[in-house]
Design a protein around this ligand. Structure first.
Ligand SMILES: [Fe+2]
Length: 432
């Protein structure tokens, strides 16, 4: 019996580290240091908040000078610029369409927008609950002040990041505070522990996934079929464990994950685990969710994988059909048809930087689909072989030559040539 292959995730494409650039780029920029100095002086005045507001209004009145000093607001998150017991200055970059729960600061706060928009609802306390009191929709160059006892919630209403300078009259990070549940509007403790746990879960899931992907990749080269079966069982357990970790992330953590710029990665990870576990419709649902709720938060590698996922799934479905002796035309449509796996993956590749490392993985996935096509020709189409001048074979030759070019440039290790030869042999193609 001929050995079929499905492509495994190559180790080199292990899920990228969670973003969270915290390094402030202010240091070294005279203008930025001068701004911090001005704010610190203003903080010492008798009406500190008004004085600080004036300094901030002046700074954001020229948004380009702010971005020149601290950069464009690309990475969502809270970036510390200055922190002291009586003063905190933050560069806050809100992820697209981010929503932040109602919360208090227990110190005065002044916000200035240098890019994008920020909508604020100010709430008033009514017993254990809160009630909306007023709203402020802030645009670039606008400044907004909150009193010491204010409760507010924030939305970034636009589909790109918003950049704002937030200044607080105390140590923002050391002060305990409450937040209010967005559904019940009941008060709860702002949960720094939950935030830490959430990051822990994300890392745990990422580690489990990376290990499973690497194991699956090496199982591909195992000579003994019994070893391969044993390895694949443990690989499955690895993906299941990653998926379990991800399921521990509570729905309300979505906002915080979005804020940290991790939501896209978490959803991509989920979609990939579901795919590897054969949960195809769930994988496509997660993909759609990532594409709709994590706009601009999906990193290029993840974007490429999500775009390729329908094609990767079709390859697996074709594989099952071959095992079940389904009609050849069905398998052919799934693999080499105009809406087949190879075409889907080609679309994903076309929308990805041609030198991106994920290209190696995607081109291997195309070759895997072609390999299954050659097996289907043999087993389901009266032991036929792929005609030498057929489009499918011509494309496969191109893909093999692309793989050769990519591994040579990116040198993923001494096994580069071995990898090219492996695919050439498997697909019955001349080595490039
Ligand atoms: Fe706030």
């Amino acid at each position: 019996m001929k050995k079929l292959t499905t492509v495994a995730l190559v180790g080199a494409m292990a899920v990228s580290s969670f973003a969270g650039a915290s390094a402030s780029r202010w240091a070294g920029f005279g203008a930025a240091n001068q701004f911090i100095g001005d704010v610190r002086r203003a903080r010492k005045e008798s009406d500190a908040q008004s004085a600080v507001r004036e300094v901030l209004a002046r700074a954001v009145s020229e948004p380009s000078s702010v971005t020149l000093a601290i950069g464009e607001p690309r990475v969502a998150g809270i970036h510390e610029l200055y922190r002291a017991p009586d003063l905190t200055i933050l560069n806050v970059v809100w992820a697209p369409l981010m929503i932040l729960l109602p919360h208090e600061h227990r110190m005065w706060a002044t916000i200035g927008i240098y890019s994008g928009r920020e909508d604020n609802i100010v709430w008033k306390r009514t017993g254990p609950r809160i009630e909306a009191d007023s709203a402020a929709s802030l645009s670039e160059k606008e400044v907004f002040s909150l009193s010491q006892d204010a409760v507010h919630s924030v939305t970034n209403p636009i589909e790109r990041t918003t950049g704002a300078i937030h200044i607080y009259g105390g140590d923002f990070f050391a002060t305990p505070r409450s937040e209010w549940d967005s559904e019940t509007l009941l008060e709860g403790r702002y949960d720094a522990e939950r935030m830490a746990r959430r990051n822990e879960i994300s890392r745990e899931a990422q580690d489990a996934f990376n290990q499973a992907a690497a194991a699956e990749n090496s199982a591909r080269f195992e000579a003994n079929p019994a070893d391969t079966a044993a390895s694949l069982a443990s690989v499955r357990a690895g993906y299941a464990s990653a998926l379990l970790s991800l399921s521990k992330i509570e729905p309300k953590d979505q906002h915080s994950l979005q804020q940290d710029g991790l939501w896209g990665t978490a959803l991509t990870l989920k979609a990939l685990c579901q795919w590897r576990l054969g949960q195809y419709s769930q994988a496509l649902t997660s993909t759609a969710e990532a594409q709709s709720t994590a706009t601009n938060q999906v990193y290029p590698r993840d974007q490429a994988l999500l775009a390729a996922l329908p094609g990767l799934i079709k390859t697996d479905q074709a594989y099952s059909k071959i095992l079940n002796n389904s009609p050849f035309t069905e398998v052919e449509a799934l693999l080499t048809g105009p809406n087949g796996a190879i075409a889907d993956i080609q679309n994903a590749r076309a929308n990805t930087d041609k030198d991106h490392p994920v290209q190696i993985y995607l081109v291997e996935a195309q070759l895997a689909a072609y390999r299954n096509f050659t097996v289907a020709m043999d087993r389901l189409n009266n032991h036929a072989t792929v005609p030498p001048d057929s489009l499918a074979r011509t494309n496969a030759i191109t893909h093999l030559s692309e793989l050769n070019g990519l591994v040579k440039v990116q040198k993923p290790g001494p096994s580069a040539q071995e990898l090219v030869n492996y695919w050439a042999r498997l697909c019955g193609l001349p080595p490039p």
